[in-house]
Design a protein around this ligand. Structure first.
Ligand code: GDP
Length: 139
């Protein structure tokens, strides 16, 4: 089934000029980038975006890290895009990620793991709405 999912290229990756390299992983695997923009998240926007994690011990570190530099937010489209994108990214901790995944190839640590991807269709819809208006998404 064709789905849309939200992806974020995190500051650790934009800082190392890896936007194009990471985008090629999505495109090679059959996902299309149907919306994309580069922006800075304020600390308070980061806290809103990651609100589901607010009870987790690493919440402050996570919000600090995602607002520490530019991010590239993007909408990916394709068959089973949510699960496929999670596969392309690899496990949360780069040490445990499969080879040829974004996090294995580019991640520095669990905190600086280069990419975010929605974990369910329901969250994908919410996360896409957080960053994009309808007219910015061109399937
Ligand atoms: P994801 O869906 O694979 O991104 O993983 P989670 O939803 O569990 O966590 C969200 C993000 O929080 C991850 O991408 C990591 O960057 C970060 N994170 C997860 N676990 C830890 C941890 O134990 N320590 C730190 N510092 N960050 C973590």
């Amino acid at each position: 089934m064709r789905e849309l999912t939200l992806s974020i290229i995190k500051p650790d990756a934009t800082r190392r000029n890896l936007t194009g390299a990471i985008n090629s992983y999505f495109e090679k695997a059959g996902l299309s980038i149907v919306a994309q923009k580069r922006l800075m998240l304020s600390r308070s926007q980061a806290e809103t975006f990651y609100a589901v994690h607010k009870e987790r011990p690493f919440f402050q570190e996570l919000c600090k890290s995602i607002s520490s530099g530019p991010v590239v937010v993007q909408v990916l489209s394709g068959n089973n895009a949510v699960a496929l994108n999670r596969k392309i990214m690899g496990a949360t901790n780069p040490e445990n990620a499969d080879k040829n995944t974004i996090r294995k190839d580019f991640g520095v640590s669990i905190a600086e793991n280069s990419a975010h991807g929605s974990d369910s269709l329901e969250n994908a819809e919410k996360e896409i709405r957080f960053f994009f208006s309808e007219m910015e998404i061109i399937p």
